[in-house]
Design a protein around this ligand. Structure first.
Ligand SMILES: [Zn+2]
Length: 293
């Protein structure tokens, strides 16, 4: 009976989509991922990919056949909505709009991205610009794509290491289409002890107060090379970091997280990114696994 009725999160990963976005589904199947995140272009180049009609059709067919969903697009790493450089801000907006359109085309939920860094100018000084930027992207993109803000670890003036910052930006943006992805490594580095039930409860209470759990649409499932509160963004394979297997068992069994897809962004056993090994570890830690007879 185990596993038949328990609500439990889907387990997936960031996967490659080179050679056609439909390949993302086969790459997911190869590692046992049930849900995916992809880039719609190189993560460190401004050029965004325009999916062809044939590609989109092939992708949708693969999804229908395999059930690998939902999908998320990860924004490129160059985006900085808090930049004081007008040209960089303009390119950031353009890239996000492009990614949002790509998400809508393939039926992905939306774009998970890092808000960026104020580079010393201060959060307060850049808040209005960030809010305006989020509004602009929302206003210029299809209604079926979410803008999904990712929490930061707290390095170098990054915006969004505090849920209160994300909450303010979301409220001021005035849009239901602005959501949140919690990266548990970033949260742990920012001081949330997600490893223990009391620590996780405390974090989720804070999230509920400052953002609202209904906005939580995805989890980045990464172990942490950085200790609790260390403030540094460094992902580790599951079980090889400070969160550890017991920490992920705790995360995967929390009822408030049961409906959020868990997406791996780990270095991988061979340093080639998320892999079968990491997916399998998470699956064994998920509640309701059928008992072998
Ligand atoms: Zn992440």
């Amino acid at each position: 009976m185990a596993g038949s009725s328990a609500l439990r999160p889907k387990i997936g990963a960031h996967v490659r989509s080179g050679g056609g976005v439909q390949n993302a589904i086969d790459n997911a199947l190869a590692m046992g991922a049930e849900t995916i995140q992809i880039f719609s272009g190189a993560p460190y180049a401004w050029k965004r990919k325009k999916y062809t009609e044939a590609e989109v059709e092939a992708y949708k067919k693969r999804v229908e056949k395999t059930g690998v969903e939902p999908a998320f697009i990860h924004g490129l790493y160059l985006v900085n909505l808090a930049s004081s450089d007008d040209a960089l801000l303009a390119r950031s907006l353009e890239a996000l709009v492009g990614d949002m359109k790509a998400a809508s085309l393939i039926g992905a939920k939306g774009v998970i991205f890092h808000l960026g860094s104020h580079m010393g100018a201060g959060y307060d000084a850049k808040l209005n610009q960030v809010v305006e930027s989020v509004r602009k992207v929302v206003d210029n993109t299809p209604d079926d794509a979410w803008m999904i803000l990712e929490n930061a670890a707290g390095m170098g003036g990054a915006i969004g290491s505090k849920f209160s910052e994300l909450g303010t930006i979301i409220r001021e943006s005035g849009s239901d289409r602005v959501k949140v992805c919690i990266d548990v490594q970033h949260a742990f580095a920012a001081g949330h002890d997600v490893k223990t039930r009391p620590g996780l409860d405390k974090m989720l209470d804070e999230f509920e107060r400052d953002v609202g759990l209904e906005r939580l649409v995805a989890i980045h499932a990464n172990d942490s090379k950085c200790p609790l509160g260390g403030g540094i963004d460094r992902h580790a394979n599951i079980g090889e970091g400070h969160i550890g297997r017991d920490g992920f068992e705790n995360l995967l069994s929390h009822p408030a997280l049961a409906e959020a897809p868990f997406l791996l962004e780990v270095p991988g056993i061979d340093d080639h990114g998320p892999d079968k090994e990491n997916v399998e570890i998470l699956k064994t830690l998920r509640p309701g696994v059928a008992v072998k007879s």
